[in-house]
Design a protein around this ligand. Sequence first.
Ligand SMILES: CC(C)(COP(=O)(O)OP(=O)(O)OC[C@H]1O[C@@H](n2cnc3c(N)ncnc32)[C@H](O)[C@@H]1OP(=O)(O)O)[C@@H](O)C(=O)NCCC(=O)NCCS
Length: 172
Amino acid sequence: MSSNSHHIHLETPGDDAEIDHLHEIAFGPGRFARSAFRLREGVPHDPALSFVAKNGDTLIGSVRLTPILIGPEPALLLGPLAVLPPYKNKGAGKALVRRAVEEAGHLGHGLVVLVGDEPYYGPLGFRRVPHGSIAFPGPVDPDRILVCELVEGAAARAVGVARSERPIPVPS
Ligand SMILES: CC(C)(COP(=O)(O)OP(=O)(O)OC[C@H]1O[C@@H](n2cnc3c(N)ncnc32)[C@H](O)[C@@H]1OP(=O)(O)O)[C@@H](O)C(=O)NCCC(=O)NCCS
């Protein structure tokens, strides 16, 4: 198989080790301090909305979506998105984002949010939000908070602090 070709599949539990390795290469140990990582901490990503790119049997890219809340509004946090260095700039990253967002729409979700570069994600349907409308539990450049609205009105309702959907433990 040529190094230019890839196929997008739903992530399976068997992909976990390769995805961890990919994240280590793409983001290094500093990834654990990122605001988006902290939001995902302890909250499982949605396996119905997390995809891998494969070149033959080799996992070359991954994107995960995780359910969160922004104020009262349910949303999906997109990330991490990563592609192995030798396979960059061959369309795998954009194909992963398109597939995940498309599937989120099919499943009836209203909003996808991420922290990333507008020049990359803008052509994929993401736009900046007004400064101050969405806050993260940690420092985030407000120009890098981007949303893709799948249901009209979802972005306008998503005002407040982004937080995980993790249930609050009940003291015993
Ligand atoms: C960002 C990343 C996922 C892109 O994946 P990819 O498969 O290489 O990207 P694609 O092939 O779909 O798109 C490549 C195009 O996007 C551009 N691009 C890549 N990163 C970009 C960025 N941060 N901002 C703007 N444009 C970017 C490339 O220059 C290229 O442009 P061209 O098509 O005009 O040549 C990959 O570079 C990566 O894993 N980076 C390290 C991890 C990371 O930063 N993840 C994103 C966190 S928000």
